[in-house]
Design a protein around this ligand. Structure first.
Ligand SMILES: [Zn+2]
Length: 94
């Protein structure tokens, strides 16, 4: 599992493996304490994490805001878990 989080130094979205204690920000070089910052979303792998990071950055850029509202955050989590359920429900091809 991966945590989607945000650098406290420069507010760039990034992600960290759930076993990682520290994450180096690739933008400003800040060492992020993974346990100490808010987790926007928990996702199953790094591909999902990258996708969510890109979508969040686009979303905030387009809406011209710096932060998600609590409602948007809850919607994001709900949509992700719904999407994940659909993925898992698909029949596997041999
Ligand atoms: Zn940073």
């Amino acid at each position: 599992m991966y945590h989607v989080l945000r650098c406290p130094g420069c507010a760039t979205f990034t992600y960290a493996d759930r076993f990682e204690r520290w994450k180096l920000c690739h933008v400003c070089g800040e060492v992020i304490n993974v346990k100490a910052v808010p987790h926007y979303l928990d996702v199953r792998d790094y591909r999902d994490a990258e996708e969510v990071v890109n979508q969040l950055e686009d979303y905030l850029y387009i809406s011209g805001r710096k932060e998600l509202t609590q409602t948007e955050l809850l919607t994001l989590r709900r949509e992700y878990s719904t999407w994940l359920r659909l993925q898992n429900a698909e029949p596997s091809t041999p």
